[in-house]
Design a protein around this ligand. Structure first.
Ligand code: NAG
Ligand code: NAG
Ligand code: NAG
Ligand code: NAG
Ligand code: NAG
Ligand code: NAG
Ligand code: NAG
Length: 648
């Protein structure tokens, strides 16, 4: 039997779809795979086939419990490049002399559709999400620790240790996904979190979500002052056990620190974390050479090792994430008050003599360009904590920790009165957005500068200037420059008399009058509609939750959505209702119910899947320069009817 068409593959009993006992569906029944000659090549094929990232481990011996039914495959010999497990020899099914105690398992690096890249291991890095087979970075604007915890957990990477790092910023020009997740932290997968994407503002290069997770499942450091120090514990069959210290050395400890994204080992000779309990102590000896990326790649043995007494437990203090910076309460990642991470806690910087030389170092360390301003912000919030008082930099240091400073932790509540916090504005803090249209690629042009959002005057505002704005926001090109149709803005009028050549990558590279110098008022605020402006509506119903489905996308016109391939249960229908705020489902009318469209453009075969978060991610036909027939229009009533709600 060489087939494959009616075969299927899954991983069970591993806590997520990308970890577990390998099971194959064949001849109408699920069965298992024997672990004879089962190794990383086979695991690689399985992980690839399931869209689960790369193979992390290929445990045998029913590591994920014994399966049942037929053992469909034995002695599998993949080369690693096969597109499916059943493309690997042998082609026979069900011929095995194994028992279920030898069932094969796989641990893959990532859940389908999610991965961490450019970190030091599979459990840290920039968050990327797969859409239609392309990987995209995720916008950091609403990314928080709860979201990151869910991701770490779903990837079998423990919990989130840090999301405030600039280390994994991509320098490329990949489009950044604007999904916002609103997890409460207890979900088992990001897909179970509330999320939205449609209409979120553009995210600039550098504003990308990242996370450092505590480490691969199965290892943790406990009773230290932070996730990067403590007693070594290893998980066996869901129980955590301390590790014997008899052969634990710096090389082993280095590997562990590295695999947990905790830097390198600083000290293993401490009794601070000794456990006083009676937990059985694991007698594994690791023989790492120090360059392995994970303890599991080190030679190790356990068999026959002598017993270890209480107190003989391995521990480590890793170098940690100490010294990382973040800028808070600004309008970008590159302005705000300075916070430094130390010993597991973020704290502020208090400095009466905070100067440009200090700010320079902060901006450099944060990769935010040069320092534009060093200033003091005031706060009387008692809940704040402080790490640094008095910082003196030369200006050429690469990290704030390299300056002369006094690091010690205080809780602000211990000190009375208003506190003064070191703050900076770096050159890369400037941002552009389009405001007050119901979509992200049209609106009043607004610029964030010097910590304040302001507008652009429309004197000399033309299509060339508008094009620069559209391109900067990855919104295509300018379609029209209806100034003032988006209403008056507020705040400073930052730019006037703009004169772009069209080759500029950001609007403020264009010639203009000085920042804030103008002879305008807000009635003259510049606006633009870019070609990627997207909107959808239900037209000609009694309210906005019913009607004919139309989209505005194609160079400034509304088009009709034809209903080929759709029915009331299609994810496309629930997505449309959801993004319009009209409930989670809808009913498709099979006979025309609302007025016929007058549009002369249409689009067809929209195929959203349940994981899509916006209509614009879904595959579809190209645009047609003709309408769909009246019968083919998409007439829809969503489950939440606002008129019913208001009558009730
Ligand atoms: C970052 O990760 C991507 C995807 O794995 C890879 O193609 C790229 O080479 C990496 N870049 C760096 C600088 O490591
Ligand atoms: C981005 O560029 C910076 C500075 O050139 C570099 O240090 C960093 O490794 C780059 N990051 C990636 C992911 O390529
Ligand atoms: C978190 O969200 C999940 C999924 O929506 C829900 O089942 C759970 O009850 C929530 N937990 C808390 C603590 O709010
Ligand atoms: C040590 O860590 C364990 C596991 O996190 C925890 O249950 C225990 O309370 C800690 N003990 C002390 C003294 O911190
Ligand atoms: C173990 O006991 C010692 C002495 O009583 C104590 O100092 C230490 O904190 C305890 N360690 C843990 C992890 O509970
Ligand atoms: C350390 O061990 C790894 C894995 O066994 C091996 O690939 C590497 O070459 C070794 N490195 C050194 C310096 O011996
Ligand atoms: C754009 O083109 C103009 C005129 O050719 C040139 O002077 C200017 O330096 C260019 N600007 C950029 C940012 O490349």
């Amino acid at each position: 039997i060489a087939g494959g068409e009616d075969e299927d593959l899954r991983l069970v009993n591993g806590g997520n779809p990308c970890t577990g006992r390998v099971e194959i569906y064949h001849n109408g029944k699920w069965g298992t795979v024997c672990d004879d000659s089962w190794d990383m090549q086979e695991a690689t094929v399985v992980c690839n086939q399931l869209g689960c990232g790369s193979a992390v481990n290929a445990p045998g011996s029913a590591h994920f419990g014994q399966g049942s039914g037929t053992i469909w495959l034995d002695d599998v010999g993949c080369s690693g490049t096969e597109e499916a497990l059943w493309k690997c020899p042998p082609s026979t099914r069900g011929k095995s002399d194994c028992n279920h105690g030898e069932d094969a398992g796989v641990i893959c690096s990532g859940s389908k559709g999610y991965r961490l890249v450019n970190g030091s291991n599979a459990c840290s890095g920039r968050v990327e999400i797969q859409y239609n087979s392309e990987w995209r970075s995720l916008c950091s604007l609403e990314w928080d620790m709860a979201d990151a915890n869910v991701l770490c957990n779903q990837m079998s990477c423990g919990y989130a240790v840090n999301i405030y790092t600039e280390d994994f910023v991509e320098n490329g020009t990949n489009e950044i996904r604007r999904d916002y997740f609103h997890c409460n932290g207890s979900e088992s997968h990001l897909k179970f979190c509330r999320s939205h994407s449609f209409g979120n503002p553009a995210c600039t290069t550098g504003q990308v979500a990242s996370v450092i997770c505590s480490g691969s499942k199965g290892y943790r450091l406990v009773n230290g002052s932070n996730a990067c120090s403590g007693r070594v514990e290893i998980q066996y069959n869901s129980e955590w056990r301390s590790l014997c210290s008899l052969e634990w050395d710096m090389a082993d400890a280095n590997v562990l620190c590295n695999q947990m994204s905790c830097g390198y080992a600083v000290n293993i000779y401490t009794e601070d974390f000794v456990e006083n309990g009676t937990n059985e102590i694991r007698r594994d000896y690791f023989h790492c050479n120090g360059s392995e990326s994970h303890l599991k790649f080190c030679r190790s043995h356990s068999f026959g090792n002598p017993a270890c007494t209480t107190g003989q437990v391995a521990s480590v203090i890793c170098s940690d994430l100490n010294g990382r910076l973040r800028l808070m309460n600004g309008g970008s990642l590159c302005d705000g008050h300075v916070e430094i991470y130390y010993n597991g806690t973020w704290g502020r910087v208090q400095d009466e003599l905070w100067e440009m030389t200090d700010a320079k170092v902060v901006c450099r360390q944060m990769r935010c360009g040069t320092a534009l301003k060093a200033f003091i912000s005031l706060s009387n919030n008692m809940n704040e904590s402080v790490w640094l008082r008095s910082v003196q930099c030369q200006g050429n240091e690469s990290r704030l920790l390299d300056c002369t400073l006094n690091i010690s932790y205080i809780q602000q509540s211990e000190v009375a009165g208003v506190s003064k916090y070191a703050s900076v504005i770096c050159s890369e803090h400037m941002q552009l957005r389009l405001a007050d249209a119901k979509g992200q690629c049209a609106g009043r042009v607004e610029v964030y500068y010097n910590g304040i959002w302001g507008t652009v005057c429309d004197d000399w505002w033309d299509m060339v200037d508008a094009n620069v704005a559209c391109q900067q926001l990855k919104c295509g090109h300018a379609v029209s420059i209806n100034s003032a149709v988006f209403g008056k803005g507020s705040g400073p009028i930052w730019l006037d008399d703009l004169m772009c050549y069209g080759n500029e990558s950001v609007l403020w590279q264009c010639q203009s009058s000085r920042w804030g110098k103008h002879n305008c008022n807000h009635k003259e605020d510049a606006g633009v509609v870019c070609s990627e402006f997207k909107q959808l509506r239900l037209a000609d119903g009694d309210h906005h939750c019913e009607g004919r489905l139309e989209v505005f996308f194609h160079n400034g016109t509304w088009g009709t959505v034809c209903s080929n391939g759709l029915n009331s249960k299609s994810p496309t229908i629930s997505l449309v209702c959801h993004v319009l705020g009209c409930g989670m489902s809808g009913r498709l009318h099979y006979t025309p119910t609302f007025k016929e469209s007058q549009n002369d453009k249409s689009i067809d075969t929209i195929q959203c899947q349940s994981y899509h978060t916006s209509l614009w991610e879904c595959p579809s036909s190209p645009w047609f320069d003709k309408p769909c027939s009246a019968e083919q229009e998409t007439h829809l009533t969503c489950s939440d009817d606002p008129s019913v709600a208001s009558e009730a």
